[in-house]
Design a protein around this ligand. Structure first.
Ligand SMILES: [Zn+2]
Ligand SMILES: [Zn+2]
Length: 404
């Protein structure tokens, strides 16, 4: 995220923040003359080591994230859990100090430029690049726009070149379904991004294990290549369990049902979730770099790949019936029959969890005549309705294009 944010700061945001909240401007003067702000600022400074203020942190930022060597924190670090003298009042500051000890201070974003020069507006705004409020707002804007574009462009190309449009005639295709999918996804993406903001901030404040230099100390190219299957296997496992949790009846009704509104899908269903559902299923992608070393550019690549994959498994084009890969056919089974194939990339956890269902053979028969196709769809609908009744109850509030 720091690479993306530095590019945006250099070309756009430094200038925008300098224009909106310039140093020496009205807001700056107000803040400097306000007794309340002065009081808060001096209180915060009491708890800061000289090095933090000297290195250019915002006092507010520093109070939240910057350094762990304040007198409070260092006292807490020396706290010992021995049976005779536990002072419970120390526990919160002990935990805070432990948390702060995970921070890699050389990876804190915004104190000095890394990839690009400073530029004319680098320190022209009262909100510096490392200011947590500025970072939150910038991430919200950048990631939402990136998310929208990636979703619309990939789904559009999939719709034009890959998607099997016969699905429009399926008896369980909804009225105006594609527009409903787009509306759901476009409104969900900004909320998903806002919910993910704390993870992006942890990265920007140096709490992740993301790295940039490829050398012996970071495991070289070998480790970089190995991180691809590690990332896929880690996220595949966690998503499986999160997805199963989303199918618990009480959670399903509240969070996951909007994504199962689509019995048959178009590529635009890929991001059409309740925002909390989409956020929950994306959590493993953000947890991985907090625990495992991962190259920054590779992370961006994997993040983009994940979005491609999500679109692809909703495009109804059954290219492979691979027993290991959880491809489009497997996810189509999930949308049709609900309680099977919860996985994202592989069928491994569905096989272990006994929820794997082999896709119908009829999916892979090319050039089926219309009559035969209709019979297949009828069979699917009969099976689907039985499972749907059990999961959602007799009443179905979906409005279909036509009924059979
Ligand atoms: Zn599901
Ligand atoms: Zn889906």
């Amino acid at each position: 995220m720091d690479i993306v944010l530095e590019i945006c700061d250099y070309f756009i945001f430094d200038k925008l923040y300098a224009a909106a909240l310039p140093k020496g401007g009205k807001v700056d003067q107000f803040l400097q003359n306000s007794p309340v702000v002065q009081q808060v600022s001096s209180k915060v400074s009491q708890y800061l080591p000289a090095s933090a203020t000297a290195s250019g942190y915002d006092p507010l930022d520093s109070a939240i994230f910057a350094n762990s060597t304040s007198s409070h924190a260092s006292n807490a670090l020396s706290f010992q859990f021995n049976s005779t003298s536990i002072n419970f009042a120390n526990i919160p500051s002990y935990l805070w100090a432990k948390f702060m000890s995970l921070q890699n201070k050389s990876e804190i974003y915004g104190l000095k430029p890394i990839f690009l020069p400073e530029g004319d507006y680098f320190s022209s705004s009262i909100l510096s690049r490392s200011n947590i409020l500025r970072e939150s707002l910038s991430i919200l804007v950048v990631t939402t726009i990136f998310g929208w574009l990636l979703y619309l462009i990939v789904a559009y190309f999939s719709y034009v070149f890959v998607f099997d449009k016969k699905i429009f005639n399926h008896p369980r295709y909804l009225k105006n379904q594609m527009w409903l999918e787009i509306e759901r996804a476009m409104t969900a993406i900004p909320v998903m991004v806002a919910l993910t903001n704390p993870f992006f901030l942890l990265e920007l404040k140096g709490f992740s294990r993301l790295y940039f230099d490829i050398n012996e100390s970071t495991g070289g190219w070998k480790f970089l290549l190995l991180s691809i299957p590690m990332f896929i296997l880690f996220t595949d496992c966690l998503i499986y369990f999160i997805h199963r949790w989303l199918h618990w009846p009480s959670v399903y009704k509240r969070l996951h049902k909007p994504h199962h509104k689509w019995i048959v899908c178009t590529p635009f269903a890929s991001h059409a979730f309740h925002p909390v559902d989409g956020w929950a299923q994306s959590l493993p992608y953000h947890l991985y770099p907090l625990f495992f070393p991962l190259h920054k550019v590779l992370y961006l690549g994997l993040f983009t790949f994940v979005n491609f994959w999500t679109v692809m498994i909703h495009d109804g084009n059954y290219m492979s019936n691979d027993p290991v890969v959880n491809g489009t056919a497997c996810h189509t089974v999930h949308h049709l029959y609900f309680n099977y194939n919860y996985g994202q990339f592989t069928t491994l956890w569905d096989r272990i969890g006994r929820s794997y269902r082999r896709p119908d053979d009829s999916f892979f028969v090319k050039d089926t005549d219309d009559e035969k196709e209709k019979q297949e769809w009828k069979k699917q609908v009969t099976q689907m309705e039985e499972i749907r009744n059990e999961l959602e109850g007799k009443v179905d509030d979906r409005e279909y294009n036509e009924s059979i």
